[in-house]
Each structure stands twice: as structure tokens, then as C-alpha cells.
Design a protein around this ligand. Structure first.
Ligand code: GTP
Length: 619
């Protein structure tokens, strides 16, 4: 991969490209043409001509604005280095420590920009200095047990007096000692038939589609899904990358275990249903599985259709950063693809969205998009590709390989220090294993053999259990850390006592349960009157239950766009909720979002239940 950076443009960053546009123009325009004085003598004309030529030469030689990146940030996983040529032992040790810190900031991934000053100026290095610098970086990586991949090397030519100089962008990856691989979760959204399952099939199986659904066949779970070609349940698919940035998937007839073993980075796709009637499941996937990103698939030939807008709105309401894949470009003319992209750009730029669309057309763009996307959630990369011809699929893979996790190591560390809390999303009975629960560890760590309590039951109680084996991506794992999804074997624990939406927590937590809670909400859309007595489906994390609006503080009723603090009451059973948790509710076209502001103890037997739980925990 290489490219050329000329004066006046930053390295493809959307912001830089924009702010430098006037510079590029003024460089291109040259001196002004001087209107209204046509009758000049030949001599004056030639003298002026020479002067202009001199000025022009001077301008092209020295007057180009040097290209730059935004100044280096102290925090985060990006480091600028002007050069790393023959460092002393002392400096080398310092550099290695610094690399370790940057890796920690990026939870195992760091990007080094070589030939760049701390203020972002792209100075560039000679061929020899670049070679020596990359050698040092490799040694530094070896020292900390990391691998490096050269993402791109580009020429800087803003000063034509100097010989060609280069800057290099290098990805350093180290799987933390206590982890098997780096893990990212991507929720896949999009209208029915937009090509979501097919794209996942192609990425994870490594075989192109035939346009009639061959690639998606491996992903379906239910007979009716195979018959209708529609996804109704949530499925998980994995795509791995090894330390060299190469794809690891099922193409070499591997098992999931082999893929996990050979990968240093793993993308877990959460394939959500596209049809409107499965919207509940789609929302559950977004709220419960805590995806790092959402990929919205839009078919090039239909453009924004069906549930596309709704899915985009949901991801934005839940603050899940979104990027877009325009699929099926093989089916339509270039003009149609461009029209769909323009339509998307228009919607993304609307005041409600406020996004900066960024069309990815080259591997270089894909690298920039991954970095920009991670730094600013308003940047929205748009890919245009085909799962049948394979066109531009590689750009998406480049993007996935570089895409860093959003939360930094500090946030992760904090969550790991908290008490164990595992959200139960799925319940299975596995022959010879017994009851198994699937879900995500929200906080703390969870080990094989750990004793936890699960609940709340319909009576609001928590029951003791012991965690057997733990599996992640279908392979065994001894310790589960906050943010990771897994399945936990619970031996002969009675499956009928469990339900989706429960939590398994440390007995030390003394978990509170609630029938009623208050939330600060904003009503996004309503058809019927939103007032006391209205019933909605409430989604909070993995909790999904119908609740009645008990009262609206200070208001009789609520209209679209209005805010209020509302008291909800669950209709079936109590739930475990966290203060501050994001909430989404809906009923038909009525929709709103908000966050939990207080948990209201209301049940007369609350104290009794609390005492019972306490006894259970202390047993
Ligand atoms: N020509 C062409 N056909 C495609 C492409 N991607 C998907 N298809 C076809 O489009 C149809 C629908 O694709 P799916 O992957 O099932 O769509 P989906 O978005 O997963 O649909 P739901 O699961 O119902 O939400 C299938 O017949 C695919 O073969 C593509 O890039 N080009």
C-alpha cells in the first residue's frame, strides 16, 4: 500500500481535507489574471510574464503548506515518532516502555506514525532513516512481545527542494498476557434482504455468494429461516485476524477452536434480523450484547428502504457508533450505486444525525476510516461492495483488522475491579453438560468454579449456583473478563428457574430488585397519547418487559420531542436494573429513549424478600 501526500492535505483525514481545501485551491490557482488592462505593450507584458513565472516557481518550490496530522494526543493508542534511528540503550528502554503504555491504551493495539513530529507535521524520512526506524520499532515490539504490520508508507512531497521523503504508519499488536485474543463485537443491522447474512457468510466462510443465498445458508439456525431466507433469531459469527493482519476464517475447513487459536484479533458479528416483525429481537441484540460498533447494510439497488432508517435511528439513540456497507453493487449501474451513496450522505448529514460521511474507495481510505472512526463517533465510513463478485470486500477486511476497541484500558480496568455481574441472554440444555447460559460479563471477572447468585426470580429472589466450564466462541476459557461474551455451564441447575434478562452476580453485591423505577426520557415519536396508564415494551440492557407508565412528573401527557421523568412499573416480574442504565421503550410506532434515574422499592414484601436473599447469600 502506498500513496502520495502533497502539500496542503493532511493524511486523508476528513477534517484536515476540509480545512485545507482553500490552501489547495490557492496553490492551484496561481497568480491572479489582472483584469481590465488589456492594452499593455509587448515589453511590459514580457517583463511581467517573467516576474510572474519567477513568482510561480518560487511558490511551487517553497510555498506549499506542509501536510500535517492533528497534534499527537497524550492519551490514546497513537504515537508519533520523527525517527527511531540507532537509539542508545537507555532511550531504547524508554521507547519500549512507551510502546507498552500505548498498547495498554489501545487494549492491545497501537499505531505508530513514523516521520511525524509531535505537533503533527509530516516531515518524512529518507529511505535509509525509515529503514533504520522500522528496524528499531520491530526490536521494540519484540522486546514487549508484540507483532508489527506496516499499514501504509507514503511520500511527502511538499518541499520539492528535498529528496523524496516518506512517512510510515505501523500497527503494533500484542494480545494481553491474560487474554487469548483481542475482541470486538459488531452488530449487523439493515433491512430485510439487504444482504446482511450473505455478507457475514462471505466474510466468515471465505466463499463468495452466488446471488441466490448460498453464502448465508451456513448461518441460519431454524428450519423456517432456511425456507424463507430470513433471519429471525440472533446469531453470532466470527472473523479472525492473525498477527500479520491476515484473515482467519472457516475457508481452510477449520473449527471455531482453530480460528480462535490462530487469531490475535477476533471480530464477533451479531447478525440481527432485518424484518420489522423481529424488531424486538433486533433491539434486544443492540441493548443486551453491548456491541462496540454497528454495521448497517444497505442494498445498492433499493437504497434506504424498509427498516433502514429505523435501524440507523436505534443505533444512534443507543450511541452505538455506526458504519455503513452498501451491498449488491454488482447488481446495478454505477449511477445507481452513487445515488444510494448520495441518499445516505444526505440522511447522515441531516441535523438529527449530524454525521460526517466518509466514502471508502481505497485501502488507504480504509486505514484512515478505521482510525478516524475510532476517534470521532460522528465520522461514518461508507463501503460499497459486492458479496457475489467480491468487489471491495478487501477494504472492509482492512478496516476490521485495524478498527480499535472504543473503550480504553482505564475504563476496562475499572469495570474489572467491580463485583462480578453476568447478564443472562440465552438458556440452553446441552446433553452431558446440563444447563448452559449465554450472555455477557458486564463487570468483574468470572472463573470456573466461582459461586454466584442468579435472579431475580418471579418472586424477586436470587438463587445460589456454581459456574462449571466457561466457553468463548466455542472454545474453553478459564477466566472471563468484563465486556466478554461467553457461555457458562451450570451443571444440573434447574433450567426452569432461569429466564433471559436475569443476572448472575457476586453474592457480595447484595443485588437490589425493582418492580418500579424512574427514568429521564425523551419521546422520539408517538402516535397515541403518552400518559399515565400507557403500556410500552421497555428494553434496558438484557431486560425486556412490558411496563405501565405510572406517572409523569410535572406533566399530564408527553408529545414528540418532549422530555420528562417518568415512573414505570413492570407488569410481570421484578427486574434487576442498574442506576444510569440506558433505556429504550416502544409500543407500535411510539418510541423513546432515556436512562434510569432511580429504583423504587414499592412492594410490601420487599423487606421480606431482601431478608430471604440475604439468608440465601450467606448460606
Ligand atoms: N447479486 C448480489 N446478490 C446478493 C448480494 N448480497 C446478497 N445477495 C442476495 O440477496 C438475497 C438476500 O440476502 P440475505 O443475506 O439473506 O439478506 P439479509 O439482509 O440477511 O435478510 P434478513 O436475514 O431477512 O434480514 C440473497 O438471495 C443473496 O444471495 C450481493 O452482493 N450481490
Amino acid at each position: 500500500m502506498d500513496g502520495r501526500i502533497s502539500g496542503g492535505t493532511g493524511v486523508g483525514t476528513v477534517a484536515n481535507v476540509r480545512s485545507n481545501l482553500p490552501n489547495i485551491r490557492s496553490n492551484l490557482q496561481g497568480p491572479s489574471s489582472g483584469n481590465g488592462r488589456r492594452m499593455t505593450s509587448k515589453k511590459t507584458r514580457s517583463k511581467k510574464g517573467k516576474r510572474r513565472k519567477r513568482r510561480r516557481n518560487k511558490k511551487t518550490k517553497t510555498n506549499k503548506t506542509p501536510p500535517y496530522l492533528p497534534p499527537e494526543a497524550e492519551e490514546g493508542n497513537i504515537e508519533y515518532k520523527l525517527k527511531l534511528v540507532n537509539p542508545t540503550q537507555y532511550r531504547f528502554e524508554h521507547l519500549a516502555t512507551q510502546l507498552k503504555w500505548r498498547l495498554q491504551e489501545g487494549r492491545g493495539e497501537a499505531v505508530y506514525q513514523i516521520g511525524v513530529e509531535d505537533n503533527g507535521l509530516l516531515v518524512g524520512l529518507s529511505e535509509g532513516d525509515m529503514r533504520a526506524s522500522l528496524k528499531t520499532l520491530r526490536r521494540m515490539a519484540e522486546k514487549v512481545g508484540a507483532d508489527i504490520t506496516l499499514l501504509r508508507e507514503r511520500e511527502v512531497d511538499y518541499d520539492s527542494d528535498r529528496n523524496c521523503r516518506k512517512i510510515a504508519e505501523v500497527l503494533v499488536r500484542k494480545v494481553p498476557d491474560d487474554q487469548q485474543f483481542l475482541d470486538l463485537r459488531v452488530a449487523v443491522l439493515g433491512n430485510v434482504d439487504s444482504g446482511k447474512s450473505t455478507l457475514l457468510g462471505v466474510l466468515t466462510q471465505g466463499e463468495l455468494d452466488n446471488g441466490r443465498g448460498r453464502a448465508r445458508l451456513n448461518l441460519f439456525r431454524h428450519l423456517h429461516e432456511i425456507q424463507t431466507g430470513r433471519t429471525s433469531s440472533i446469531s453470532f459469527e466470527i472473523l479472525g485476524f492473525n498477527s500479520k493482519g491476515e484473515v482467519v476464517n472457516y475457508s481452510d475447513s477449520r473449527t471455531a477452536e482453530e480460528i480462535c487459536e490462530s487469531s490475535s484479533k477476533m471480530i464477533t458479528f451479531i447478525d440481527l434480523a432485518g424484518h420489522h416483525k423481529y424488531l424486538k429481537t433486533t433491539i434486544f441484540g443492540l441493548t443486551s450484547y453491548c456491541p462496540d460498533f454497528a454495521m448497517l447494510v444497505v442494498s445498492a439497488n433499493t437504497g434506504i428502504a424498509g427498516t433502514t432508517r429505523e435501524h440507523l435511528g436505534l443505533a444512534m439513540a443507543l450511541k452505538v457508533p455506526i458504519f455503513i456497507v452498501v451491498s449488491k453493487v454488482d447488481l446495478c449501474a454505477k449511477g445507481t450505486v452513487e445515488r444510494t451513496v448520495r441518499q445516505l450522505e444526505h440522511v447522515l448529514k441531516l441535523p438529527g444525525c449530524n454525521k460526517v460521511p466518509m466514502v471508502v474507495a481505497s485501502p488507504d481510505d480504509a486505514v484512515t476510516a478505521a482510525q478516524q472512526f475510532a476517534q470521532s463517533s460522528s465520522i461514518t465510513p461508507i463501503f460499497t461492495l459486492s458479496s457475489v463478485s467480491g468487489e471491495s470486500l478487501d477494504l472492509l477486511k482492512v478496516f476490521f483488522n485495524i478498527l480499535p476497541p472504543l473503550s480504553n484500558s482505564k475504563e476496562q480496568e475499572e469495570l474489572m475491579q467491580q463485583l462480578t455481574e453476568f447478564q443472562v441472554d440465552e438458556i440452553y440444555t446441552v446433553p452431558d453438560v446440563g444447563t448452559v447460559v449465554g450472555g455477557t460479563l458486564y463487570s468483574g471477572v468470572c472463573r470456573e468454579g466461582e459461586r454466584l447468585v442468579v435472579g431475580p426470580t418471579d418472586e424477586g429472589r436470587f438463587l445460589r449456583l456454581k459456574v462449571g466450564s466457561i466457553h468463548r466462541n466455542r472454545s474453553a476459557c478459564r477466566v472471563l473478563r468484563a465486556g466478554q461474551a461467553a457461555t457458562l455451564a451450570l451443571g444440573n441447575f434447574d433450567r426452569s428457574l432461569l429466564r433471559k434478562g436475569m443476572v448472575m452476580v457476586s453474592p457480595k453485591m447484595n443485588p437490589t430488585i425493582c418492580w418500579q423505577f424512574e427514568a429521564a426520557i425523551v419521546l422520539l415519536f408517538h402516535a397515541k397519547t403518552f400518559r399515565r396508564g400507557f403500556q410500552v415494551t421497555v428494553h434496558v440492557g438484557n431486560v425486556r418487559q412490558t411496563a405501565t407508565v405510572e406517572c409523569l412528573h410535572g406533566k399530564e401527557e408527553l408529545r414528540t420531542g418532549e422530555r420528562a421523568v417518568v415512573c414505570f412499573r413492570f407488569i410481570k416480574h421484578p427486574e434487576y436494573l442498574r442506576m444510569g442504565a440506558k433505556l429504550l421503550f416502544r409500543e407500535g410506532v411510539t418510541k423513546g429513549i432515556g436512562h434510569v434515574t432511580s429504583l423504587l422499592p414499592d412492594s410490601h414484601d420487599q423487606n421480606q424478600i431482601h431478608d430471604q436473599n440475604q439468608r440465601e447469600i450467606e448460606k
